[in-house]
Design a binder for this molecule. Structure first.
Ligand code: ZN
Ligand code: ZN
Length: 376
């Protein structure tokens, strides 16, 4: 298996604690990979950058970022190779950074004038992977609920593939998500409602949008659990046996599309495009957050807003937690509909309750269309 090969090639039996050269090696390889990808995007903007994002890039900042990543990869590579016996990670990072520099580094001129046409969203994949890892990995390493569960736990490569699958074909995704969100408000909007909502303070509009979205999400999520045909798709999301920030990416595209469509349609009746866009950013950050391997809790907050422990109970395979906690933002929505379950402790096990699904991305993508599975 690929994951095993990667682990064997890069990993070793040494400690992964601070000061052992492990994290500097990881950072070197990660920064090297990002900088190399970034330089490729500068060389082939037509093919590798998303037409939707191109016009919005502050190019000077992006070039400084690529330069910092190259320097970072070399610097952490040197530190890691001094501290650690196995130097593959450090070497890979430094080689990628050197390759990025040899290809022109951050100063590659953009010669062509990119126009429309099919492109791979490599820029979006690299940028979002960098931002998400920057936000969530330190939180999970500093305050983990399950400290023995590393960042590179079982099936991490599978979830990276899912992350890629929702980022690289950005045009397909944006057609499904952003296009209706920005265009269809014109056709779907109810003018009286739009005017009424637009008069409210911005924060109230936003709060109301999250409530509307979460109520809509509640019902489609309930259907994904209760309708056997839909559960075939949603069971992919529930197949993770360990949760962390990237486990939230594991979701069948039919599941994603259904949920987004179901949330966006009621929102488009009354909310402005800027509120919908703000919601899309919020839901990405919050939904990722609720999957995190993050222990600390604030009592006053977790009653009002979904915190990791709450959504972790949604992912348990223990009988008492099955078909509970469907809300993704507000636990009190589950309270209203009678599906609230939130004991003091954390679940002891995660994943599917006795069901088997394909272990790989392709199998998980095709299987729900073809195979009848035992349902709950
Ligand atoms: Zn679910
Ligand atoms: Zn989840």
């Amino acid at each position: 298996m690929l994951e095993q090969k990667i682990n064997e090639f890069f990993g070793d039996a040494g400690s992964t604690g601070f000061g052992t050269g492990w994290w500097s090696g990881i950072l070197s390889a990660f920064f090297g990979f990002l900088s190399f990808g970034g330089v490729l995007c500068l060389h082939f903007p037509q093919l590798l950058s998303s037409p939707e994002l191109r016009p919005h890039y502050p190019m000077h900042t992006m070039r400084v970022l690529i330069q910092c990543l190259i320097v970072g990869a070399i610097l952490f590579g040197v530190i890691s190779s001094i501290l650690r016996k196995k130097k593959i990670l450090a070497l890979s990072g430094m080689l990628l950074a050197i390759a990025a520099t040899a290809l022109g580094g951050s100063s590659v001129e953009i010669n062509e004038t990119p126009h429309g046409g099919l492109a791979i969203g490599l820029d979006w994949f690299l940028l979002d992977l960098f931002l998400m890892a920057l936000i969530y990995v330190p939180l999970e390493r500093l305050w983990p609920q399950y400290p023995q569960q590393g960042t590179f736990r079982n099936e991490w490569t599978l979830d990276v593939v899912y992350f890629m699958s929702t980022h690289l074909p950005l045009q397909i995704l944006s057609f499904l998500v952003l296009l209706p969100a920005t265009q269809a408000t014109r056709y779907l909007g109810v003018p009286v409602l739009q005017e009424f909502i637009a008069r409210m303070p911005w924060f109230l509009q936003f709060f109301l949008a999250v409530v509307v979205a979460d109520v809509a999400e509640y019902f489609i999520h309930l259907a994904l659990h209760k309708v056997p045909f839909l559960w075939r798709f949603h069971s992919v999301h529930h197949s993770s046996k360990a949760l962390d920030w990237i486990a939230g990416s594991r979701s069948h595209f039919v599941d994603d599309t259904l949920v987004r469509g179901f949330i966006l349609v009621p929102m488009m009746l009354g909310f402005s495009q800027s509120i919908i866009l703000a919601y899309l950013i919020f839901v990405t950050l919050h939904a990722t957050w609720t999957h995190c391997n993050f222990g600390p809790n604030a009592k006053w907050l977790e009653e009002f807003l979904v915190m990791p422990r709450y959504h972790h109970w949604h992912h348990t395979s223990q009988k008492e937690g099955i078909d509970k906690n469907f809300a993704i933002h507000f636990p009190w929505i589950d309270k209203i509909f009678g599906t609230y379950y939130f004991p003091e402790e954390w679940p002891a096990q995660y994943g599917l309750d006795g069901e088997e699904i394909s272990p790989n991305f392709l199998g998980q993508t095709i299987e729900p269309f073809t195979k009848r599975k035992r349902t709950r």
